[in-house]
Design a binder for this molecule. Sequence first.
Ligand SMILES: [Zn+2]
Length: 431
Amino acid sequence: MHLMPAPVNTPPPLGTSERSGRTTVTCGTLLDGAGGEPLEGATLVIDADRIVDLLVPGQAIPSADRHVDLRHAFVLPGLVDAHMHFLGVPSNEEYHRLHVEPESIRALRAAVEAQRMLLAGVTSARCLGSSIGPALARAVREGVLAGPRIVAAGKFICATDGTWDHTHLPLEMVREQGIVADGAEGVRAMVRQRMREGATVIKLGLSKAAVGDTYHAWGDDPFAQVVCYSADEVKAAVEEAHAHGVKVSAHCIGSRAVRLALVTGVDVIEHGYAIDEETRQLVLQHDALLVSTLSQLHFHVESAVSFGYPTWLGEVFARHWEAMQADFERSVKAGVRYALGTDLVGLPTHPLDRAPHELSLAVGLGMTPSQAIHAGTLVAAEALGWQDHLGSIEVGKLADVIAVPRDPTIDIGALQHVLFVMQGGRIHVTP
Ligand SMILES: [Zn+2]
């Protein structure tokens, strides 16, 4: 089957009235996110929403409508969360509440968290599964809601008894949610439905069952996850999504699911842990892009006692966390390309504004701080398809800029204390 290549998309302009005019920003140290050497005393020139010039010390600074003095700070691109969910249901009971909570209250809760994410320095995010994602993305685009620029999958797509059909709810009730699709034509039709609902990426579930599942499709071995789609079904989804100009991301835990994604043209592999060495080599050969999602399990393990998780559930999370940490370390060492994404789902256990913590987890597991910054900015932007427009501080790119008080290449935790946030030339956090 001939598969059209995945396109690179342009982020739509944000509908704000305050981004006209010229802004200059003088930096202490500039870290461009693209892997360049740190630059001392540079000045960014921003026209409306884009960076139009990058001046070194000694060059004349043009007159501007506003000037920002960040000479005491470390300046870098806005952070990009390549995998999260605007679910708007309490995170400790997400799966069942998702099916019964009205979308109106879910959207309001998620909107508040979207604002907090932006204020925490996350200027773009990819919502990989939630019916309210496309509407939130639109609200941000229209300028009625301050939040990250959003690439949204809309609802998940999985097979009957597949990735997100793991609850004990009646099948008809799950079908009504519009997440279950079987057969190449069924999957194709569901992709079209997502497009009609405003999706800008497609999220497929390739491995069966969630981490907190009660019947463990993989028994006691997280390496033996069952694959729930055929290659023909996945190829149909990829072909249909690419024809519509959007990428496909696939939930893959275990070797079988990762291999299925590699041979079917899936654009981005989510999670990608619990894999054997042979599969890791295949990932490298395909130059595949994986998304880290360390925060999800980390915060579950942290919350298990304080939120009173049942013992069995705490144990499942702990076992997956072990496998995920080991694989992340091995894969980073082997040179696997990672975009950083949190898989955070919201309050109370997984607050979306804790996204910058993902970089600290990545550094704790073998990335250098510079690698983590690159993976959490430009590489994450690549996962969104927006790498030509944001993710680094370069002339021509959108002015998504943050600043922190300490050197994040020495202390990556500094990213959890932003003192300046600009998105598309508009200032949301003032130093
Ligand atoms: Zn997720």
